[in-house]
Structure formats: structure tokens, C-alpha cells
Ligand binder design. Structure first.
Ligand code: UT7
Length: 332
């Protein structure tokens, strides 16, 4: 038997305030038409003054723990993927740990920007597979709008705030993954994760501040066109890698739950792989780009509204600053 990380529950939280494209167009030189046509975004949620990444994370975590029927005190591990921690240190995960009463857990943050949730999920999965944790909470939480330069129309229209979380439990199920085996007697849980980075492209998407460089928080800077090009190439290649590793084809995939950066990136990636649009979980229109939070937000939405069902095969994928990119294959 193989120890696998099974998804026991999901949760999410979005701040109450919704800002439409029209509202942004009143303060920066843009239009609703341009934003919708170039990105698919119609509106985004923005955290209230004083509402922190940890507040969003706790709300998402409580909802995931409730869905999983798990109490905070049994958690062995809490990882928060975030690029907008409450403070430079300590890890926001430790603050969330205290509020959840998860006193037994080890808790730390992971920084892989928009790919952060896939990185955090892979790390938690590996802790579980080696037996170092039995119950883990993985959160993607961001107040990304705090890093936005509201005068820069090329970036300020793209981002939003939010949090999503999943509870993973160790379960003995299935034998090792092999081509064909997954189709015939499908094991449950995280079947594989695939992580990549290429630091040669560090300055395509970055924040122009930080404790070591400027002692300020800084703001987001991006060469959008170049990031777009890398995103389509890297995402289609990592998805192919993920399917090949599990001996499955596009036809076997029930849902793709992607990082939501741009509707056109999602469509181009799917087209390259021959995956139909109906298999895509899309939230970009209402959430915009919430960085590490976008995948667990989309996953929770599709799980709760009944689109995602037990037994289905899902693909997660993301790409972000670093550059970093990755994918995960999960049988629910
Ligand atoms: O999540 C992490 C990964 N991030 C991404 O994957 C983002 C990847 N990049 C993108 O999604 C797209 O490149 C953007 C949405 C950022 C930009 O779309 P684009 O189609 O690549 O536009 P562009 O940068 O080529 O700009 C086209 C034109 C420019 O005007 P000129 O030079 O042609 O006169 C821009 O100045 O659109 C202009 N523009 C805008 N116009 C109205 C840029 N931003 C805006 C705006 N409103 N908000």
C-alpha cells in the first residue's frame, strides 16, 4: 500500500468589497471593454482597511476544517502560500496557527508567487508521504492589491484579494501509480506534483522593493507580454508532463483548475492540449488574479457547487513570478 494525501475538505473566503472595471476606469486610463477583452476580468474583491492576509487565511481555513470535519488541534502541518504576508517575519502561518488552536502543528509560509499554492501542496504531500505529517492544512492567501501601483494601468486592473484552503489527510490507498493502473483501479489523493522554476526571468514579474533591497514593500512591475508568452509555453509543457507521468490523456481529465491570471492564457493552454473549455473552472471574471489564492478559491467553488465530484481526476496548474510554474494531478 502507498500513503497518499487525500483531499478531505476545501474552504475559501473573499473580502466583502467588490470593485468593478467601471469603478477602476474612473481613476485610471482604462475601460471595461479593454479589461474584459484582454483579460476576462470583470470585477475583483478588495480587502477592507485593516483586513490582513491572516484574516482571510483564517476564514478560508475554518471553512476547510469544517468541511473536512477536522479540528485545528489535530493538525500536524500548516503551510500558507503567500506573497503578501502580514509582516516580513514571522511567517503568517504561525499567526493563523495560533488563531486555529493548532498548537501541535509546524507552520511556515511558502513564497512562489502565483505558483505558491502548487508548491505548498507539493511540500505538504511530501511531508505526508514520508510519514512526517498525517493531517495538513494548505492555504493560499493574498492581499495582493496592497502591492499594486494604482497609477499603472498595465498592472492595477489585474489583481484581487482572497484566500482558499484545503485539508489533506494521510490515507493508505492504491498501489504505486503506473500507466494504465490509474484508469483501471484508480487510487485516491494527490497522484503527482510537478514543480519548475527559471530564475533567469526574475525581472519579468517582480516587486520593486523588499527588506534587503530598499527597506520598503515596493510595487508590482511586469512585462506582461513576455510573461504571457512564457505562461502559455510553460503551462502546456507542465500539463503534458503531469498527464504523461500518470499515463493519462486529456480525455481522462475531468476538470482543470488553473491559476487565474488571464482568460486568454487559460484558453490558449487548453487549446494546445486539446482539452475542451467545458473542463475548465473559471473564476477570473469575478476574482481577477489572486496569486496563490486563485487555485484553492476555484477548487472550493467548483467543489461546493457540485461540479467537482468524488472519483474525478483533476489537474491543477499555475505559473508566476520567478519564473515558477507547476502542476498537480489529483483523484478526488
Ligand atoms: O499571475 C502571474 C502571471 N501573470 C500573467 O500571466 C500575466 C500575463 N500577461 C497578461 O495577462 C497580458 O500581457 C496583460 C493583460 C498584462 C496585457 O495584455 P496584452 O494584450 O499583452 O497587452 P499589451 O501589454 O501588449 O498592451 C497593449 C496595449 C498597449 O498600448 P499600445 O502600446 O499598443 O498603445 C498598452 O499600453 O494596451 C495598453 N494597455 C491598456 N489599455 C487600456 C495596457 N493596459 C491597459 C489598460 N487599459 N488597463
Amino acid at each position: 500500500m502507498t500513503i497518499r494525501s487525500v483531499l478531505a475538505g476545501t474552504g475559501s473566503y473573499l473580502p466583502a468589497r467588490v470593485v468593478t472595471n467601471q469603478e477602476l476606469a474612473a481613476t485610471v486610463d482604462t475601460t471595461d471593454e479593454w479589461i474584459v477583452e484582454r483579460t476576462g476580468i470583470r470585477e475583483r474583491h478588495i480587502a477592507a482597511e485593516g483586513e490582513l492576509t491572516s484574516d482571510l487565511a483564517v476564514r478560508a481555513a475554518e471553512s476547510a476544517l469544517e468541511a473536512a470535519g477536522v479540528k485545528g488541534e489535530v493538525l500536524d502541518l500548516i503551510i500558507i502560500a503567500t506573497t503578501t504576508p502580514d509582516n516580513t517575519f514571522p511567517a503568517t502561518a504561525t499567526k493563523v496557527q495560533a488563531r486555529l488552536g493548532a498548537n501541535r502543528a509546524m507552520a511556515f509560509d511558502v513564497q512562489a508567487v502565483c505558483t505558491g499554492f502548487v508548491y505548498a501542496l507539493a511540500i505538504a504531500d511530501n511531508f505526508i508521504k514520508v510519514g512526517q505529517a498525517k493531517t495538513a492544512l494548505v492555504i493560499g492567501a493574498e492581499t495582493l492589491t496592497r502591492l499594486v501601483d494604482w497609477k499603472d494601468r498595465t498592472t492595477c486592473v489585474l489583481f484581487g484579494d482572497g484566500a482558499g484552503a484545503v485539508v489533506l489527510k494521510a490515507e493508505n490507498n492504491g498501489n504505486g501509480a503506473s500507466a494504465g493502473a490509474i484508469r483501471n483501479s484508480p487510487p485516491k489523493g494527490i497522484l503527482s506534483t510537478h514543480l519548475h522554476s527559471d530564475g533567469r526571468h526574475y525581472d519579468l514579474l517582480y516587486v520593486d522593493g523588499g527588506p534587503s533591497s530598499t527597506q520598503t514593500t515596493g510595487q508590482i512591475r511586469m512585462d506582461g507580454r513576455d510573461v504571457f508568452r512564457h505562461a502559455v509555453n510553460n503551462l502546456s509543457s507542465v500539463l503534458e508532463e503531469a498527464m504523461q507521468a500518470n499515463g493519462v490523456t486529456a480525455a481522462d481529465i475531468d476538470w482543470v483548475v488553473p491559476h487565474q491570471a488571464n482568460r486568454r492564457i487559460l484558453d490558449s493552454t487548453l487549446r494546445k492540449l486539446g482539452l475542451p473549455e467545458e473542463k475548465l473552472v473559471v473564476t477570473i471574471d469575478r476574482h481577477a488574479n489572486t496569486s496563490a489564492a486563485s487555485i484553492p478559491l476555484a477548487l472550493d467553488e467548483a467543489w461546493r457547487d457540485g461540479r467537482i465530484q468524488p472519483g474525478q481526476l483533476i489537474l491543477l496548474e499555475a505559473m508566476g513570478g520567478g519564473l515558477t510554474w507547476g502542476a498537480a494531478v489529483i483523484r478526488l
